[in-house]
Structures are given as C-alpha cells and as structure tokens.
Design a protein around this ligand. Sequence first.
Ligand code: ADP
Ligand code: ASP
Ligand code: MG
Length: 457
Amino acid sequence: MIVMKFGGTSVQDAKAIERAATIVKGRAALKPVVVVSAMAKVTDQLLAMARAAGNGDRKNALKLCRALQERHYNTAGELLGTALFTQFHSDLGLDFETLDELLRGIAAVGELTPRTTDYVSAFGEVLSSKIVTAAFSALGIDSALVDSRECIVTDIAHTRAAPLLEETNERLRKTVQPLLESGKVPVMGGFIGSTKAGITTTIGRGGSDYSAAIVGAGLGAEKIEIWTDVDGMMTTDPNICSDARRIKVISFDEAAELAYFGAKVLHPATVLPAVQKNIPVYVLNSRNPPCEGTRIIARAPRCRNFFKAIAVKKRITIVDVAAPRMQLAHGFLRGIFEAFDRHRVAVDVVSTSEVSVSLTVESNDSIPALAADLAKLADVKYEGRKAIVCLVGENLRETPGIAARVFGELSDVKIRMISQGASEINLTFVVEEDAALDVVRRLHKTFFSDLDVEVFA
Ligand code: ADP
Ligand code: ASP
Ligand code: MG
C-alpha cells in the first residue's frame, strides 16, 4: 500500500479535489490510503473564529463560521450535484451546528482553552475528509471515510500533541487495513487525533504531513507521497527566489534539517516515522502531476555542489543569559534548560561562552515569563525580529573552507550567532529579520547557479 497526502491547496476547491481524484485513480493498483488537510486557509479561519469567540465577540465568530459553511457547501454542491448533495447536506449541517454551538459556548464563557482550540481547529480536517470521500465516490473511486480521531491516538498536549505509536498502529491495523483489503480507498483527515479517552487533539500546524507518515509507518507503506503546490523540495522557497530549482533526490537527514529550519513544504516530524521504517517519501505537485518531484531516501547520491538547499525561519527571538564570571560551570546550563522546559519553549540554536549563553526560540507569548524565570539565575536579555538562515548539505561534513566561503559572501551583514549544526550537515546562523530574504537571495545566487544535474532538475 501507499499513502497519498493532499495539502490545503490541493483540496482548496472543487477543481483541486477533482485533480486529486484523477491522481488517486492513477495509483489505484498501489492501494492508496488518502490523507487530507483542511481546505486552504481553513485552519487559520477556524483559529480566528475561536479567538473572536474567546474575546467574547460572538457576532464576529458566528459570521466567520457562516462564511466557512458557505464555502464548504458550495464546494460540496459543485462536486456532488444536486441529488447527492441533498443527502450529504444534512451530515455537513450537523457539523456546522456543533461548531456554531461550540463558538457560542466559548463566547459565553469568554475563555479559549487549548482543549477547545483543538476542538474548533479539528473541524477543518473533519469537513475536508468528508467532502473528499463523497466527491471521490461520485467520481468513481470506491472510497471510505475514516475518522482520524478513532485511529491516531495522542497524548494530551493540546495544539501540539504527540502520537502514541503502539496504540495508533494497532487501531490503524484494525480500522484502515480491512478497508484496504476489501479494495476500498480509505480517506482520513490529517492533523487531528484524540487521546485514549477520546478527547480531540491536534498535532501541530502543518501536521498533516506528519499524519501521513504515521499512517505510512503504521501500515508498512511502500512509499509516502506528499502532494502540494510546488514541484517538490526546492533549493529554497520559490516564493523567495523565483529561480529556485527542484531537488530530485535528497537524504532523510537533509530533508529533516531543512524542514526543521523553516522549509514548510514538509512538517519537520514527517521524516522520523519514514526513517524508522525506511519508507521513501516523495514531494509532488498536484497541479503538475507528471513532474517527478523530490524523492527523500536514506542515502542520497553524491552531489557536486556544497549545498542542497537554504531554509529560512523568521520570527525568531534571541535570549541571552549572562552569568557572573566562572559560574557557567556545573549545573548552570541545566538550570537554563529546565526553565525552557518548564515554559515549554523549544530551543533551536545555542551558543555558549565562558560567561554567557545565547539561545534562539520561535517568538511567542511565553518569552516574558520565561525571561523572568531565567532572571533568577542570571542576567537576561531578549530581542525579537531575528531570522535563522540554514544551509544544508551532506558535503559540509567533508569539505573544508565552506564556512569561509559563506561568510565571505556576507562580509557586510551583521551575524548574531553561528552554529555548524551537531548533525554536521547544516550551517546555521542568525541575522536581523529584515535582512534575511536578501541574505538568502545572495547565497542562492552564489551557491545554486551551477548545479549538479544528477541531483537538481
Ligand atoms: P501544503 O498545504 O500542501 O501542506 P505548504 O504551504 O505547507 O503546503 O507547503 C508548501 C509551500 O512551502 C510552498 O508553496 C512554498 O512556498 C513553501 N516552501 C518553503 N521552502 C520550500 C522549499 N525549500 N521547497 C519548496 N517549497 C518550499
Ligand atoms: N490544516 C493544518 C494546518 O493548516 C494541517 C496541515 O495543513 O498540514 O496547519
Ligand atoms: Mg503543509
């Protein structure tokens, strides 16, 4: 079997869903399980209505909800035609009634908890998976809806829950496997799951890629296909450099680093389940299905170029923690990391000196409280509006002088932190957010003009 995941833009309207159906039909013999995201922008809209309700703005929350309902009804109507839509309408209608009630409840209390946030944001995938299943049947695919909340079991860390693999795999084998065996195409929503007690959870923004990998690993897929709106993993975000080129093949390690440091074409956790079962992952374009995309595998072929790609992650804050001289010894770092842990703030890049430690984190609301906590240990400063730029390539391991070439190019740029990642395949540094795109464009021009045709398209 294989897993085919369609992202938000790949199910954004009736045309996109029809394209997805054609792609799935072409793979019928491979026994696909289809994982879908919410329709494009829907998760953002659900979160916006949840926040409005949480602020007590019931009117606005319900208005946004009605707009969402109209979009889903229109898409379903277009795909199903009048007769089928009439049956389907009441099912969708119940979901919107529930969502409506939920928003009224949140507005009445005037408080939005992580648990209710998940309950609201899960509707995107609940709705899209229902519409895609019905549309696939209408288009001649023998599809079957699977409620992901009945098979992706997670812990209770709302909005970024972690899957419990043993339980999940067992449920996947029980619910999805029999459908495959009876020749059906199971369709399920990505991003969502539930705790053992049945409380709805989500696994983090962009998490449908991760869901696809969990399903693929759980069912022993031959491959996992991530269908999106670009030709594959590119040398950098094509929105930043229009001359970004497609990477034909890349290693799991390289892809994971790129995803972690901002290449949002793949959720950073996607690669892990695939690596554990050695399942190749393909990134493909649903608007250009004949294109071969990017193949992500355990060992990529040798490449003539220093780097495979550049990623950039904006909205970064640097936290500087300075201890009195000689105190940076035993226990001090532990104290710092424990504080980050208590506030559930993840650290991306770290650099230390005898007297201070600098760490980068994604800018977020917990930073002031974290800084107050750290101030008990040492002097603390933090500064936002930074960006991490990350160059990735396995050749970094063996080739001397690469860092000199990179920083030679950027001699006029203020560089705040540098780290040649512990994995030895990334060169990462921090710049002012305003300078980041220019830095990426300059490096892209220098290092990605003359490319190895074996690796790049
Ligand atoms: P989906 O909705 O299909 O999950 P995403 O929007 O999450 O799609 O990811 C696709 C987007 O990722 C692309 O449109 C592109 O702008 C962005 N992106 C960032 N870095 C890269 C990269 N190195 N290669 C390709 N796309 C990238
Ligand atoms: N719909 C979710 C999001 O927008 C998950 C995903 O698309 O991968 O974050
Ligand atoms: Mg995505």
